[in-house]
Design a protein around this ligand. Structure first.
Ligand code: AVI
Length: 328
């Protein structure tokens, strides 16, 4: 396990409280539109619930992306070529990464993740599945430029960012990330990225508000986490999960809506909400061919190929790092 800069990735106070979590929650609850960044969903319970979401009948993205990686493996491999090091932004899920690695047989695999324990476990499992493939995990915050292991310094890179996680970022953050990826991957890099597509609103709403209530539990788990880790007393029964389609921004939003007037404390600070007021917990942007191209271009990437699943619900884009050009 490398942490090249010796960074302390999670800073805690003497009681073990994650300081960044506390700062985000307190600032977010004090804002006029209450909002908490979606990255705080993923404690152990949240990560397990997300895995459950990926298997729901209504949640098409995981299946659609897997279909693309399976059915288009040869085309994808031909365009990527051989000998690259695959750098995955976020630890590989048990299913998608092997599909890519089997298709292109890279020279090395470098998973990047901020969650060290998860990274170690998933890297070990992958190394067992691919004997002979150098697996070189790096514990790092990939939102910034990451120093890659020296073993891959001379190899051309393929960045892999599946799942449409890019859609969970507003345009400005997504652009910053795409630029950092270019800096991390270097000259001649390619990027294979999953981008979910705009589609019928009813399909989208069902995917984010499923009949079994798993997504609702995933959303409400954030309040449980706040109560547990930040000494909160938020009454969970005062909140309901809601998925909304925001058309101007082409995104699904998840909110926790107060069903009645409610007040509560978190880390010693008091907050009050009136019935109908919400805490905004996630954005999940959906793309068209044009909007995906525009976002990638803003981040310095030029699409070279694009695939969708048979039902045209989800896309994967292969892009090349583009040297900055002067306008026009
Ligand atoms: C991780 N991310 C791409 C998921 C999405 O679809 O935006 C998170 C998610 N939230 C609710 N369901 C799934």
């Amino acid at each position: 396990m490398t942490n090249p800069k010796g960074l302390k990735l999670v800073e805690r106070d003497s009681d073990g409280v994650d300081l960044a979590f506390r700062a985000d929650v307190l600032a977010g609850l004090a804002a006029p539109q209450k909002a908490i960044p979606a990255r705080w969903f993923y404690d152990d319970a949240g990560s397990t619930l997300f895995e459950d979401i990926t298997r729901l009948p209504e949640y098409y993205p995981t299946r659609a992306e897997r279909e693309i990686l399976t059915d288009r493996a040869t085309e994808i491999a031909d365009l990527i070529g051989s000998g690259r090091a695959v750098v995955e932004f976020g630890s590989g899920s048990s299913v998608k990464t092997p599909l890519l690695l089997r298709a292109i047989w890279p020279s090395a695999y470098v998973p990047l993740d901020i969650a060290g324990d998860f990274l170690r476990a998933s890297s070990a499992a992958l190394a067992e599945k691919f004997p002979g493939l150098p697996v070189l995990p790096v514990e790092a915050d990939f939102m910034r430029r990451v120093e890659l292991p020296p073993e891959v310094a001379q190899l051309p890179k393929l960045g892999f960012f599946p799942g449409s996680t890019i859609g969970n970022m507003i345009a400005r953050t997504a652009t910053d990330l795409l630029r950092s990826m270019r800096a991390t991957l270097g000259e001649g890099a390619m990027l294979l990225i999953g981008m979910d597509l705009v589609k019928d609103e009813s399909v989208l709403l069902a995917a984010y508000d499923d009949a079994q209530g798993v997504t609702a539990r995933f959303n409400l788990n954030l309040l449980e986490r706040i109560n547990r880790e930040l000494d909160g007393d938020i009454p969970l029964d005062a909140f309901a999960h809601e998925a909304r389609w925001n058309d101007p921004f082409a995104r699904i939003e998840m909110h926790l809506v107060a069903c009645r007037d409610v007040s509560f404390a978190v880390s010693g600070q008091r907050f009050a909400m009136t019935a109908g007021e919400s805490i905004h917990t996630e954005n999940s942007h959906k793309f068209t061919k044009r909007s995906s191209q525009l976002l990638l271009a803003a981040g310095g990437w030029e699409p070279v190929a694009r695939w969708t699943d048979e039902a045209r619900q989800f896309s994967m884009v292969l892009a090349e790092s583009r040297a900055p050009r002067s306008a026009p």
